[in-house]
Design a protein. Structure first.
Length: 171
């Protein structure tokens, strides 16, 4: 049997696309990159890609203020936020501020990448590829080091339907 695929004749419009994606729950991370200045941003596009070799990915708009640092970075850090860290997610999604200065609780890590304190988990990664995708770039990275249990929470912060949410575990 031969499968034939055809390209769609029309794309979903941007408003419907946003409405559809709001139904998808995603863990909230802050990704940091070294540079002058070092920076960080809130993302829900983080995902695992491969176990062998270990690879993760995230996406960032090329118009984002953090893009120049991410584009130049060899090393990035991914910080998984706990349910009590909505304020951290909001700080790193605020435009027009020095997000790291506003957050305050961080230290320089390998290659100068900012490492946030008190997060649920952290991966320090080497960037291995950048793939243009529409108005964004998909960044592929290989974890070099990781830690977990660094914060008070064991439950991740989640973004769903346009707002931050907490998970409730089934009994």
């Amino acid at each position: 049997m031969t499968l034939q695929t055809t390209a769609p004749t029309a794309a979903v419009d941007a408003d419907l696309f946003r409405q559809l994606l709001r139904r998808h729950a995603a863990a909230v991370v802050v990704i940091t990159a070294p540079g002058e200045p070092a920076t960080g941003f809130t993302a829900t596009s983080f995902t695992s890609v491969s176990l062998d070799p270990p690879l993760v990915s995230f996406c960032l708009a090329r118009t984002a203020s953090a893009w120049p640092a991410v584009e130049a970075a060899d090393t990035v850090a991914v910080h998984v936020l706990g349910q009590e860290q909505e304020h951290v997610a909001r700080t790193f999604s605020t435009r027009g501020i020095d997000r790291l200065a506003e957050h305050g609780a961080w230290r320089p890590g390998p290659d100068g990448v900012p490492l946030l304190d008190g997060v649920l988990a952290r991966l320090v990664c080497r960037v291995v590829d950048r793939v243009r995708a529409g108005d964004h770039t998909i960044v592929l990275a290989s974890p070099l080091d990781g830690e977990h249990g660094l914060g008070e929470s064991e439950t991740p912060l989640v973004y769903h339907a346009g707002r931050y949410a907490e998970l409730r575990h089934a009994d």
